[in-house]
Design a binder for this molecule. Structure first.
Ligand code: AGP
Length: 605
């Protein structure tokens, strides 16, 4: 949820820290700060708001020193202001933290009784005070170890010490922390994306590890204070310079990239000459799978909901889609013949990671579908299927959602064929239809101006609803989430058939309602639900592939998507609901790439 950077170098680190914080800002952006050591003193500077604000402060009062730490925050304990911003420093220690210290109240009480005073409302400050206290009577490594032992909850830490002006300490439990190797300088960062511009050699701390960075070497220690070695990964050479280019914002770039990323993802998995899906070595032989369980959060959960319909349709398997924050606490009946699939763009979402850990503890087979192949979920799962969408910077997930759908669809077809649930002819038809998808997405992307016209209907709306049946229902859920998180307008995704069981009471004159009605086997039933809404004054945006001119008289607006195999309509339905949320947010002057209260990677509960 927050972003951490630490650097020890043979040259001034302030500019590099600020540059890394800007790359980390998608993880949290309500306050920012930096600490360095210069002239034997800790020099802490921090502020509320964006990294730009911090940069202005440093312009007036530069942070000197060749080692330091930096932080961008998404507030969990204590309002987002300058006092609660990280780093949190005493006169001998400065700390940045990502995670939640669950026993911070008890520790705060304990150290207040020892005579310490606290300046902030944060849980993080207890770490600063504990390190300060332990330093009085312990060597550095024992001080770190004793502090970590007393902490309960999750953390990724960056720490610098006034009396050790040649090192930076990093520690990890439950929140990601990467180590980067430079020339006469070394780094820690919340993810490799922040480090990629400074190095392509990365190691990852595992839970319980801590590390000591010097400019010429890095030492790793495990839970028992034993020195350990860490594998060094060469970062993927994929285009990691996620820049906006000519686009106004990352979200519009990432929406418009979707025909390209779809093509790239399909090409990664499909042998186009043999029309064969290259997914092998699943952790369970497909013919022996008893049930599939899909687990994720937010938009990734909606891709799981979509996959549930595909798996039910194309295989004889039982399937469930679960919200990770619920799954992780439910009394799950684990079965060694079930396949547990975790979907996560960042690969760092705390609830999804915790659900995966729960499955690992129960020795069942797991698969991770991620966009970040170096992420914690990717490294913990038995089997990883990357979505190859490239860095997704906009907090509202768009191209990653489409990438998740592609991989889930391909996996479904592969499992179905391996099990003999569909025959070769059916399999080939579905694969050939899928191969045409990138062009159909491109065709749909080229119609975004139509959506701009209708977006005005929504900006004054008290609320709205997105309705769909069958394959359209998960997309209705996703459309509602997109509108909520981008424009802050209340929106509900609903099964169209459920409207008459209560929500129809919400419909009042002039209320905008989005109805997803492709000409599939539910079309007539969905049209009846739509007419019930119109009869009560609802202003309907109908998204359909129906070319007939019927029913137009009472429809406020009809957006037409290209015709294709009904099982992949959901990809095309997704484009207009993304554009709708985007253009409504634009008309409301909302922050498109960094909506209020949100963060790109929710690495706390
Ligand atoms: C997406 O628009 C949302 N910002 C959010 O729901 C996101 O999908 C969710 O937090 C899961 O993130 P993940 O895919 O990185 O696990």
């Amino acid at each position: 949820m927050c972003g951490i950077i630490g650097i020890v170098s043979n040259k001034s680190v302030s500019a590099s820290i600020i540059g890394a914080l800007k790359k980390l800002e998608y993880r949290g952006y309500d306050s920012a700060g930096i600490s360095t050591i210069s002239n034997g003193q800790i020099n802490e500077q921090k502020c509320s708001g964006r990294v730009d604000n911090l940069e202005k402060i440093l312009f007036q009062n530069p942070s000197r020193g060749d080692l330091g730490i930096g932080h961008v925050r998404w507030a969990t304990h204590g309002i987002p202001n300058q006092i609660n911003a990280h780093p949190h420093s005493s006169d001998v220690v400065s700390v940045v933290h990502n995670g939640i210290i669950e026993n911070s109240d008890q520790l705060r009480k304990e150290y207040k009784e020892k005579g310490y005073t606290f300046k902030s409302q944060t849980d993080t400050e207890v770490i600063t005070i504990m390190l300060t206290d332990f330093l009085k009577k312990n060597h550095l490594i024992d001080c770190i170890h004793k502090t970590l032992e007393k902490l309960e909850g999750s953390f990724a830490l960056g720490v610098i010490f006034k009396d050790f002006d040649n090192l930076v300490v990093g520690a990890r439990r439950g929140s990601p922390l990467a180590v980067g190797y430079g020339h006469n300088e070394n780094f820690i960062g919340s993810d490799s994306y922040a480090l990629k511009s400074m190095t392509n050699k990365i190691s990852y701390l595992d839970d319980g590890d801590f590390c000591i960075l010097y400019k010429e070497k890095v030492e790793f220690y495990n839970l028992d204070k034993k020195k350990i070695n860490k594998e060094i990964f060469e970062l993927s050479s994929e285009d990691n310079t996620a820049e906006k280019g000519d686009y106004r914002d990352f979200m519009s770039k990432e929406i418009n990239e979707q025909s390209v990323t779809t093509k790239k993802c399909i090409n990664e998995y499909l042998d186009k000459s043999r029309n064969e899906i290259n997914i092998y070595n699943l952790p369970i032989d497909p013919s022996k799978i008893n049930k599939i369980r899909l687990i994720a959060c937010g938009t990734a959960y909606h891709s799981c909901l979509m996959a549930k319909y595909w798996i039910e349709e194309f295989t004889s398997l039982d399937v469930e889609a679960d919200i990770a924050s619920e799954f992780r606490y439910r009394k799950i009946k684990f079965n060694s013949n079930d396949l547990y699939i975790f979907v996560s763009q960042s690969g760092e979402t705390a609830d999804t990671y915790a659900a995966l850990e729960k499955c690992k503890k129960n020795q069942v087979k797991t698969c991770g579908i991620v966009n970040v192949v170096e992420s914690s979920i990717a490294r913990m799962a038995d089997f990883v299927l990357p979505i190859h969408a490239g860095p997704e910077i906009g907090v509202a997930s768009t191209k990653a959602f489409i990438g998740q759908l592609i991989v889930l669809y391909l996996l479904t077809l592969k499992i179905s064929k391996e099990r003999g649930d569909i025959n070769t002819e059916e399999y080939l038809k579905l694969v050939l239809d899928l191969k045409k998808l990138p062009e159909l997405i491109e065709e749909t992307l080229n119609k975004q101006n139509d959506i701009q016209l209708i977006a005005r209907d929504f900006i004054k709306a008290k609320g709205t609803m997105y309705l769909g049946r069958g394959y359209s229902y998960p997309i209705a859920m996703e459309g509602a989430l997109k509108l909520k998180e981008l424009s802050y307008i209340h929106a509900e995704g609903y099964a169209a058939g459920e409207m008459k069981h209560g929500p129809l009471a919400l419909i009042e004159d002039g209320m905008p309602v989005v109805v997803l009605a492709p000409k599939d086997r539910f079309f007539e039933k969905t049209i009846s639900n739509m007419q019930e809404v119109i009869a009560r004054g609802g202003k309907v945006l109908m998204i359909t592939d129906d070319t007939s001119e019927t029913m137009n008289e009472n429809i406020r607006f009809k957006f037409q998507i290209p015709k294709t195999n009904s099982s992949i309509n959901s990809f095309l339905l997704t484009i207009p609901i993304q554009f709708l949320a985007y253009h409504v947010a634009l008309l409301k002057n909302c922050d498109i790439d960094k909506p209020r209260n949100l963060a790109k990677s929710v690495t706390v509960e």
